[in-house]
Write a protein that binds this ligand. Structure first.
Ligand code: MN
Ligand code: MN
Length: 460
């Protein structure tokens, strides 16, 4: 049952292809540090590859045909690409889905205040984070401020080397006798994730002179006033780009591998279809997975179902039954990262059923926690089919659970899609330090994931 190490299988040509893919991935991750940026960037790439906005497509009253490539933009935070196949939609689609939101901190609606001669922006964290990991590192601000007139101001501060960065301070070790005795979950408390953004007063007349100075800068540079924070979505993420990791450059350090590494592999897979596929292929990149797939742009929303209904309609003869068949007859890889085995914390894993960095794309029959609670639990029949597709395409793959039984757990979008009655299995890339500001993946696993998703789209 020992799985092979992907690195041992490559010839020179594959090594080159692997490095090229990883360079493209690093650019994709650097350009998309929020779900909005990732959606924008994905749409640019899709259009370059011949995809058409479905809104434009349907405005022309065109009939959907095999070979057509369309995309749906869901509120700028989620995106779905469809490459229409030769078989009717009702025979099901080959779907590869991932999420493009990542753990971070969001600015509160009333964030700006002054204390002790400093100006701060108050935050509310998003997703599961170890709060102590987010202090004393350079952070950047990414997001959008929507004014009352509907105009939107895009903000990115802290990524250009000439930009300033912001961050959260921690108590000096010399005075930490009380703090060091606390449990890790409360060493840094959620309400103390306050972003330090300034220290220079505007003038001695102001009541809150440092805050006033910061507002002055925001007004001058972006034309925003304090009340505009009420209708803003500004995300606080680690500042800086991805880096090659390890003296052998075998890994990539980056913010938001969870789950943009799978998103990129899925996108790469659909874009590399060089002819009309047998079944319609779909690459679905969704928002809000880290907070339970809620909201209009999360997987629990009906945007996917609605998109499929639009496609069935555009293909010529619409019925509710055809939409249901299109969904129920589909096959899906729910692509999300897996916990990579970490020898330093070996006790949290069960070695026989754990993902190792470098052993290729990972399949999880089930995720969830406790007695598989909240998991999808893929059918053995479907896994049998997947094994054949992977072996026929000579792909390195492994199978895993998310750590030891009863050590915790986690969920994905798999169980939500499975509610349509389609075959779904979780599949992804193993990550070290998942949900930390900087996560680590193996280049080989990304390469194998992209190859696996491509093989799935053609052969499932
Ligand atoms: Mn994830
Ligand atoms: Mn996650």
């Amino acid at each position: 049952m020992e799985r092979r190490i992907a690195w041992n299988t490559y010839n020179d040509e594959q090594q080159k292809a692997l490095e090229l893919l990883c360079e493209n991935y690093r650019r994709y991750l650097d350009k998309g540090k929020t779900e909005r940026e990732c959606t924008d960037n994905t749409i640019i790439i899709a259009r370059e590859n011949g995809y058409v906005d479905f809104t434009d497509f349907s405005a022309e009253n065109r009939r959907l045909q095999a070979g057509d490539k369309v995309y749906f933009n869901c509120m700028g935070k989620a995106v779905m690409l469809f490459h229409i196949g030769n078989k009717p939609l009702s025979s099901g689609m080959n779907i590869v889905g991932a999420h493009i939101d990542s753990p971070r901190m969001d600015l509160k609606q009333n964030p700006l205040y002054e204390d002790g001669g400093f100006a701060y922006l108050d935050t509310h964290y998003y997703g599961g984070i170890k709060k102590y990991q987010w202090v004393t590192i350079p952070l950047s601000l990414h997001g959008v401020v929507v004014k009352k007139d509907g105009s939107a101001v895009n903000i990115v501060i802290g990524e250009d080397m000439s930009d300033p960065v912001v961050g959260i301070s921690d108590l000096l070790i010399h005075l930490s006798a009380d703090q060091m005795g606390k449990k890790a979950s409360v060493v840094i408390e959620g309400e103390d994730l306050n972003l330090l953004v300034g220290s220079k007063p505007l003038s001695s007349e102001e009541k809150e002179p440092v805050k006033a100075a910061i507002m002055g800068i925001l007004a001058e540079k972006y034309g925003i006033e304090e009340e505009d924070f009420l209708s803003a979505e500004i995300e606080v993420v680690p500042a800086g780009n991805t880096r090659e990791f390890g003296l052998d450059r075998s890994m990539i350090l980056g913010y938001g591998h969870d789950d943009r590494v799978c998103a990129f592999a899925a996108l790469d897979a659909i874009l590399k279809l060089d002819k009309t596929p047998e079944y319609t292929c779909c690459c679905m990149l969704v928002d809000k997975e880290e907070i339970g797939s809620a909201g209009a742009t999360g997987m629990k929303s009906r945007f996917f179902e609605n998109a499929v209904a639009e496609l069935v309609n555009a293909a010529g003869d619409y019925s509710d039954l055809l939409v249901r068949r299109s969904l129920a007859n589909s096959r899906m890889l729910s692509c999300d990262v897996s916990a990579g085995f970490d020898p330093i914390y070996a006790g949290a894993f069960e070695r026989k059923n754990t993902a190792f960095l470098g052993k290729g794309v990972c399949f999880n029959k089930y995720t969830g926690s406790r007695g598989k609670g909240g998991s999808n639990d893929a059918n053995a029949e479907f896994i049998g089919k997947i094994r054949k597709i992977m072996d026929d395409a000579d792909i390195s793959f492994q199978t895993a659970e998310l750590g030891k039984v009863d050590q915790g757990g986690g969920g994905t979008i798999a169980y939500i899609c499975a509610e349509y009655g389609m075959e779904v299995i979780d599949s992804g890339v193993a990550v070290l330090s998942m949900h930390a500001p900087w996560e680590i993946i193996s280049k080989a696993d990304l390469f194998e994931a992209a190859r696996a998703y491509h093989a799935f789209m053609i052969n499932a």
